[in-house]
Ligand binder design. Structure first.
Ligand code: CA
Length: 227
């Protein structure tokens, strides 16, 4: 799933983002309520994990604004506020779940899986461009109906490129969304994974789908269809 994490404790956010990525999700992180709300409104996320005590705009207001603007993305609140009144307020504002800090990362991941299962019915997991198709739930990829075996990172990169088909995705964006938040940007790890990914996706096909945009990043050509 594509998950937005709004949390101002940087160290905690790093742990949570790492764990979500290791579990195969894409995770974007903001540590400020207003920026987080803006991202939630435009980012087309499958889930928002929301802290309550945040700079500029608290979590209750982020959630209230999302619902006022008809944004229905599921929200899990993650907060040190543990009074029953706060929990009731969060759930009444439309949160799907409320996890009290301190929490166990494995419990958070299990609750994320529960959201994922609830969404499966309405959610279409297939992304398709040309003859390339991926299933973001089973994490399977095929081209011309032939299965392609991808590592978790390769799948993450491909999902990112496909979900933003036609846009140029920079190396920094790939590092940020598929790797840990604190990954060394000087590393050539993206290039290495892109080389492997392109070999698996494009080698032997007449039309290469993944393109390098010199000095800027990578893009995938074609029109995205879902379902
Ligand atoms: Ca906080």
């Amino acid at each position: 799933m594509k998950i937005l994490l709004i949390e101002d404790e940087i160290k905690l956010a790093g742990f949570v983002a790492s764990a979500l990525r290791q579990a195969g999700h894409l995770c974007e992180h903001f540590s400020d309520g207003s920026q987080g709300l803006e991202a939630a409104m435009i980012g087309e996320y499958d889930l928002v994990i929301l802290d309550l005590m945040l700079p500029t705009l608290d979590g209750f207001e982020v959630l209230r604004n999302m619902r006022n603007f008809k944004n229905k993305t599921p929200v899990i609140i993650l907060s040190a506020l543990s009074d029953t009144d706060q929990i009731i307020k969060g759930l009444d504002l439309g949160a799907i779940d409320y996890i009290k800090k301190p929490f166990d990362l494995n419990e958070l991941l299990a609750r994320v899986r529960a959201v994922q299962r609830r969404q499966t019915d309405q959610f279409s997991p297939l992304l398709r461009i040309d003859d390339l198709e991926i299933n973001v739930l089973t994490r399977e990829a095929t081209r011309d109906s032939q299965p392609i075996i991808l590592s978790n990172r390769e799948f993450g990169i491909l999902e990112l490129l496909m979900s933003r088909a036609g846009q140029v995705i920079t190396k920094t964006q790939i590092l940020d969304k598929v790797w840990n938040v604190d990954f060394d940007p000087g590393s050539n790890v993206v290039e290495v994974h892109m080389y492997q990914l392109r070999k698996k996706i494009d080698k032997g096909f007449e039309t290469p789908l993944i393109q390098t945009v010199v000095g800027r990043g990578y893009t995938i050509k074609g029109t995205l269809t879902k379902g």
